[in-house]
Write a protein that binds this ligand. Structure first.
Ligand code: NAD
Length: 482
């Protein structure tokens, strides 16, 4: 059986514990590889390798780092098909999605930050004729990057690319549920000529291996994407050590549909925003607010669109809903569907586990589920489900919908559908959300700030925000005459 080994100091290594975690393909339910169960000893080895690599990597001109990262980007692209298949087998998402979104985005992440560092500038402040202040930005040193299971290589590269481009060396941990593409990336880095120790990848459980990265005294910053509860634990451990922290956490995102939209095309887009990737995207719109005047017609169209998210073998091209990531997550999502019924909700579409035949007989599949009749303040509408389940809620006025949309602990993404530009602007300004999309969803420009308000996170990724996070500014004040 394939062993997913650590990548430390340019080499593959077995974990110090000698222990391995079973890695399950969620579409079949079968164990198909074993993951290194790393602990603080492996993390210490990785940090040591990263410390040794730091002086040379950080001193390399930006152009040199850029060339290496562009080679990694090109090689990810060369291996697009293999990586897409690996991602689908590890995560459960449809193969066409891995092929068209996840792996191309990993290619783009590496290329974007590789070239962004060639176009930066620094500030200067002239105090008077003889005194000038200028700002230099220095890489931090060894930084930790910890990523989740829903968009595995996409989010792993979204963190390591700016960290490396800015001149840091990295100890990174992918999710123990989806480590395969990060493991394959190690070979790509070796082939692309990334110097040993610049990127180190350790695998294992969060509280053992992830926590050891957070607590290591020589790791200067933590960039984390994952759940809000984990984010709290990381913040509690890192804050007394004065580490820089970027936390990208959960969401309970509102989709707002005003009564002036074209119903059929908007329902199609709203379903896509709710159910893409089995609803396992932090940006999915899981609370769908629809203005009362069109609710009946819109709900009918949305039910039809929900049924179009065909559940099936992720390797089949017509499949639009693959497997959810593991058995525990399937039980969690089904538990919320039960809770919805107890809270007085009506299942308008889906609602059940799907048991496929053949290759996928042991897989973890759930019908895309649309729920109506629930008040905004029930648990199903407050807690993050992170699966193929969304609710539809009527509203009357702009004020009502803004109040309901903001009535959540989270503040990651919101989507507004309207043809009235005034309404769109007014509503967008009032929503407590790191991103507001109007008449589109998941349209990403990598230059824009990305992140959440409230319990959805601290800090922003993307573009210059990411490079700022991974560098320390220093002001140098120069008087011309001593
Ligand atoms: P998770 O918090 O369980 O795990 C994320 C990562 O943290 C994993 O690598 C895990 O091993 C590690 N980890 C767990 N405990 C740790 C600890 N104590 N110390 C250090 N590391 C630890 O999250 P998940 O279940 O993998 O991902 C789903 C969550 O991620 C959802 O809440 C989703 O909304 C969120 N998410 C947010 C964004 C965003 O950009 N805001 C993007 C994707 C996913």
């Amino acid at each position: 059986m394939l062993h997913i080994r650590n990548y430390i100091g340019g080499h593959y290594c077995d974990p110090n514990s000698g222990l391995w975690i079973e890695n399950v393909n969620p579409s079949t339910g079968e164990v198909y590889s074993l993951i290194a169960r790393s602990d603080e000893r492996d993390v210490a080895d990785a940090v040591r390798a990263a410390q040794e690599a730091f002086p040379t990597w950080s001193a390399m001109p930006a152009k040199g780092r850029s060339e290496v990262l562009l080679r990694i980007s090109a090689k990810i692209n060369d291996h697009l098909e293999d990586l897409a298949l690996a991602e689908t087998n590890d995560q459960g998402k449809p193969l066409w999605l891995s092929r068209s979104v996840d792996i191309p985005r990993a290619v783009e992440n590496m290329a974007f930050f590789a070239t962004e560092i060639l176009h930066t500038h620094t500030d200067a402040h002239q105090t008077d004729e003889s005194v000038i202040n200028f700002t230099v930005r220095k890489p931090l040193g060894v930084v930790g990057c910890i990523s989740p299971w829903n968009l595995p290589l996409y989010l792993f590269t979204w963190k390591i690319a700016p960290a490396l481009a800015a001149g840091n060396t990295v100890v990174a941990k992918p999710s123990e549920l989806t480590p395969m593409t990060a493991f394959l990336l190690a070979q790509i880095c070796i082939d692309a000529g990334l110097p040993p120790g610049v990127l180190n990848i350790v695998h294992g459980f969060g509280p053992e291996c992830g926590q050891a990265i957070v607590e290591h005294p020589h790791v200067k910053a933590i960039s984390f994407t994952g759940g809000t509860v984990t984010g709290k634990a990381i913040a509690a451990a890192a804050a007394p050590m004065f580490k820089k922290l970027s936390l990208e956490l959960g969401g309970k995102n509102p989709t707002i549909v005003f009564d002036d939209v074209k119903i059929a095309s908007t329902a199609r887009s709203v379903a896509r925003a709710a159910f893409t990737n089995q609803g396992e995207i932090c940006l999915c719109g899981s609370r769908i607010f629809v203005q009362r005047g069109i609710i009946e017609e819109f709900q009918k169209a949305l039910i039809e669109e929900t049924h179009r998210f065909l559940v099936g073998d992720p390797l089949e091209p017509e499949t639009r809903t693959g497997a959810v990531v593991n058995a525990a997550h399937m039980e969690k999502v089904l538990g919320y569907i039960e809770l919805a019924k107890q809270e007085g909700g009506m299942i308008l579409a889906g609602g059940r586990r799907v048991e496929l035949e053949g290759r996928c007989a042991g897989g973890f599949f759930i019908e895309p589920t649309l729920i109506g009749g629930l008040p905004q303040d029930c648990r199903v509408n407050r807690e993050e489900i992170f699966g193929p389940a969304a609710t539809i809620i009527p509203f009357d006025t702009e004020d009502d919908v803004v109040a309901m949309a903001n009535d959540t602990a989270y503040g990651l993404a919101a989507t507004i559908w309207t043809t009235n530009v005034h309404r769109a602007h007014r509503t967008a300004q009032r929503l407590e959300s790191g991103i507001v999309w109007v008449n589109t969803w998941l349209m990403r420009d990598l230059r824009t700030p990305f992140g959440g308000m409230k319990h959805s996170g601290v800090g922003r990724e993307g573009g210059t925000e990411a490079l700022r996070f991974f560098t320390e500014p220093k002001n140098i004040c120069l008087q011309i005459e001593p």
